[in-house]
Design a protein. Structure first.
Length: 281
């Protein structure tokens, strides 16, 4: 056994040998009616400390516990009104915490988390003013194509997508020739996300390009970029529902949870009245 281990054991023994036993609980320290139990000390002591650090932690914990209770006793003696105010706050906070924990338990057991598309659409339609865009969004097509492609002239023709046949031809060509191809007629994306794919667009004023130009072909190094914006919503306009779906789900779930909390409180109160557990004076 090395000296560090020996000192650690002696230190712990010096603490424990002065302990008392009360109701099968070992008392480590006592300040008037307050008692520090060995079980509390064991709970508070980190398990990953080495022997030296464990001894230091135990000694410091006991010392701080004693001093805190001495201060509390002195405060009760010299400023009793302030202590009473603190105790009332603690009791109020305790009741609030217990109520919150039980409400969460109650809600988690009963909350229906299934939300259908109709509910989302209905909420969206009735709260349009709540959904405001903080930037420009677009529906678009973009293609990245090697400048050396022999099909460039066909891309220049078809990327305008005047009809379904042109779109079909473009899709067929893009699968074979394009380095990058994006087209999703139902999806809105932020214009800034389009800029990340095609940084060369930054030379245009955002609002002017979206509203006026809409279609362009850019040549960068050995690549051609075809861009076709076929729908847009400007900044501060109404945000598309696809952007707000997760937010709406969260709102609906929160509303359901609040309704369950109200029901819990009402049911508990009514039950207590029915069983004559409440007395008001």
């Amino acid at each position: 056994m090395n000296f560090k281990s020996l000192f650690f054991i002696l230190g712990i023994l010096s603490i424990l040998t002065s302990c008392q036993e009360e109701n099968n609980e070992v008392v480590i320290a006592k300040v008037q009616n307050y008692k520090l139990l060995k079980s509390e000390l064991n709970t508070e002591t980190p398990i990953n400390l080495n022997t030296d650090d464990s001894l230091i932690f135990v000694q410091n914990y006991i010392h701080n516990w004693v001093v805190d209770h001495l201060i509390s006793n002195k405060a009760a003696e010299l400023i009793p009104n302030e202590v009473q105010k603190v105790e009332k706050k603690i009791e109020k906070y305790k009741l609030s915490l217990i109520a919150h924990e039980f409400e969460q338990f109650y809600v988690n057991k009963r909350l229906d988390t299934n939300i259908n598309a109709f509910e989302i659409q209905d909420y969206y339609n009735n709260h349009l003013d709540d959904f405001v865009l903080n930037d420009y969004v677009v529906k678009c097509l973009y293609i990245k194509l090697p400048n050396s492609s022999k099909k460039v002239k066909y891309f220049k023709k078809y990327y305008h997508i005047y009809n379904e046949k042109m779109l079909d031809n473009l899709l067929t060509l893009a699968q074979k020739e394009a380095t990058t191809f994006y087209y999703n007629p139902e999806e809105w994306i932020y214009f800034d996300d389009l800029l990340k794919q095609i940084p060369a667009l930054e030379k245009f004023t955002k609002i002017n390009f979206i509203k006026k130009k809409k279609k362009t072909i850019l040549e960068v190094d050995d690549e051609l970029y075809f861009v076709n914006i076929y729908d847009y919503i400007i900044k501060d306009g109404t945000s598309p529902m696809s952007f707000e779906k997760d937010k709406i789900k969260s709102i609906i779930l929160n509303q359901r949870a609040n309704e369950l909390r109200k029901k819990l409180r009402l049911d508990l109160y009514d039950d207590a009245l029915e069983n004559q557990l409440i007395e008001k004076y």
